[in-house]
Design a binder for this molecule. Structure first.
Ligand SMILES: Cc1ncc(C[n+]2csc(CCOP(=O)(O)OP(=O)(O)O)c2C)c(N)n1
Length: 568
């Protein structure tokens, strides 16, 4: 007789076998990890399991790769690290994924239950350390709980506002036997995310849009996470409302669309920041009013009624007073807004004003025939990738130049560490992004500082022959720190200059990767052309103007209307 239940239901199984079987049921196609004593039983079961496991060269690299994978695939990134130092090495990645709302399921090994609390070899209180930087965490106390815990972890990581979920597995739980069952729905009465918005609030927003004279949409990563880009475009066009992006939201609305005003915030465009400052209705969608976006809150959107659409109710009213709170999934809320028959307001004068600002204050930099400008390299990168590559970055000036000059017109092409601002994120996250989308060109743009924090992951790129293209914008300094020291600390460059660097071409060679470098614009053309014509990975080193600054800029403590460097 045929039974619907898989053979393993109710079967006695070892904890490590359960883990692997559960990952199969969750359709996990890649695991990023690093072995060690406490996870040896799990690694033993991985051997010959057919599961695809990527051996990171440092656990931090593994978890950032999982983040890049999650951002581009929309699926949770899966990580395994051993107890103690393995687990503490993933702390930065957990904090990064938490603040940028990336779904991860992370397994850490733990010392055996009998010695927990005895300062056993490689023991660390991982739950204690990571509690504030995980969406949820578990420690397995009974082997037969493991499948339920894993099922819940995948559910929690991917629903509502996505985030990292950690499962700490004492060694005896990985080795012991229990009954395996993966059936049944997840039942978490205390966790019921709201996807569908309150109709009354939706109506209020429709009325506010009709009454407004100067509306602006502030679109963040929530639009990308909900896959709501198409709905956003349709809604903005239907209502004729201009759109400003947060850093993390880039690509959720086409940058070359006439309604797009650019990125807002510390290094945003004049038009985007002034539009927020002068608006009378600010509709935030899937954005969380980070201080890098708002500037000084005292001066933030002083004349605007604020509508805030977010799946996480805790975000609403957190930083700015909200007149129209709408809790719900961005795509769902936008779909409902599209069906409303509210009248469009008359925004003619507003659009005229915005067009004037766009014309008068575009992004600018002064090109040079003497020295290669980093902005030029990003423009050329756009040209040689048809503006359609997946671009990952580290944190610093290069990150801002990519945000300003790459012109993201499509969703899911942008992977950056926005909230935590993690140097060392760019290279490993590119590995995950490439594994999530094998057909796309993936480019990691990094600074010479951040690159040196996780460059060991070139080993993974070489081993898997991933065609990742690495662009080092090499200014021989921790550029963003140097910029702040120049502007706010009277050019006292305390430990921000890096005159001594490794020979990056020899480094590429050591890892078996093609290395190319450029000092001039002409060489930059040739390097990018050759790199994009190369099937495998390439490490490109661009010697760029060492003292170039990112402008425009809202200094810390200033309002968005107090930008400096808006014109040459
Ligand atoms: C792990 C970590 N340490 C320190 C910082 C502080 N920080 C922000 S930007 C920056 C400089 C980055 O230099 P580089 O990677 O060379 O990029 P650039 O700014 O020159 O483009 C530093 C040190 C950080 N963001 N992350």
């Amino acid at each position: 007789m045929q039974t619907k239940e898989p053979a393993s239901i109710g079967k006695q199984m070892n904890g490590s076998d359960m883990l692997i079987e559960s990952l199969r049921r969750e359709n996990v196609d890649v695991i990023f990890g690093y072995p060690g004593g406490a996870v040896l039983p799990i690694y033993d079961k991985l051997y010959g399991s057919g599961m695809f496991h990527v051996l990171a060269r440092h656990e931090q690299g593994g978890i950032h790769a999982a983040e890049g994978y999650a951002r581009i695939s929309g699926k949770p990134g899966v990580v395994i690290a051993t107890s103690g130092p393995g687990a503490t090495n993933i702390v930065t990645g957990l904090a990064d994924a938490m603040i940028d709302s990336l779904p991860l399921v992370v397994f850490t090994g733990q010392v055996a239950s009998s010695v927990i609390g005895s300062d056993a070899f490689q023991e660390a209180d991982v739950l204690g350390i990571t509690m504030p930087i995980t969406k949820h965490s578990y420690q397995v106390r009974k082997v037969s709980d493991l499948p339920r815990i894993i099922k819940e972890a995948f559910h929690i990581a991917t629903t509502g506002r996505p985030g990292p979920v950690l499962i700490d597995i004492p060694k005896d739980m990985a080795q012991g036997d229990g009954e395996f069952s993966y059936e049944g729905e997840v039942n978490l009465p205390g966790y019921q995310p709201t996807y569908t918005p309150n109709q009354l609030q939706v109506k209020k927003l429709v009325e506010a849009v009709t009454a407004a004279k100067k509306p602006v949409i502030l679109a963040g990563a929530g639009v990308l996470l909900s896959k709501g880009s198409e709905e956003l475009k349709n809604y903005a066009e239907q209502q004729n409302i201009p759109v400003v992006n947060t850093l993390l939201g880039l690509g959720c609305f086409p940058a070359d669309h006439p309604l797009h005003l650019g990125m807002a915030g510390m290094h945003g465009t004049y038009t985007a920041n002034m539009a927020i400052y002068e608006s009378d209705l600010l509709i935030s969608i899937g954005a969380r009013f980070d201080d890098r976006v708002t500037g000084n809150l005292k001066h933030f959107a002083p004349n605007a009624k604020i509508a805030h659409i977010d799946i996480d109710p805790a975000e609403i009213g957190k930083n700015v007073p909200t007149k129209i709170p709408i809790v719900g999934d961005a795509k769902e809320v936008l779909s409902q807004l599209l069906l409303q028959d509210g009248e469009t307001g008359d925004y003619t004068k507003w659009h005229e004003k915005l067009a004037g600002w766009k014309q008068e204050y575009p992004l600018w930099y002064e090109n040079s025939s003497e020295v290669l400008k980093p902005q030029k390299v990003i423009e050329l990168l756009h040209q040689y990738t048809d503006g359609d590559a997946v671009v990952t970055t580290d944190v610093g000036q290069h990150q801002m130049w990519v945000a300003q000059y790459y012109t993201f017109n499509n969703p899911d092409r942008w992977v950056t560490s926005g909230g935590l601002g993690t140097m060392g994120f760019g290279l490993p996250s590119a590995i995950g992004a490439q594994l999530a989308n094998k057909d796309k060109t993936v480019v990691a743009v990094v600074g010479d500082g951040g690159f040196q924090m996780t460059l060991q992951e070139l080993g993974v790129i070489h081993e898997l022959n991933l065609p990742v293209k690495v662009v080092i914008l090499n200014n021989h300094s921790l550029g963003m720190v140097r910029q702040w020291q120049e502007i706010f600390y009277e050019e006292r460059y305390s430990h921000s200059l890096i005159p001594n660097q490794p020979d990056f071409m020899k480094l590429a060679e050591a890892y078996g990767i093609k290395g190319l470098q450029a000092k001039t614009e002409e060489e930059a053309h040739a390097v990018l052309k050759e790199a994009m014509e190369t099937d495998g990975p390439v490490l490109m080193n661009f010697f760029v103007a060492p003292k170039e600054n990112v402008y425009p800029m809202v200094a810390p403590g200033k309002g968005l209307h107090e930008m400096v460097g808006v014109k040459p």
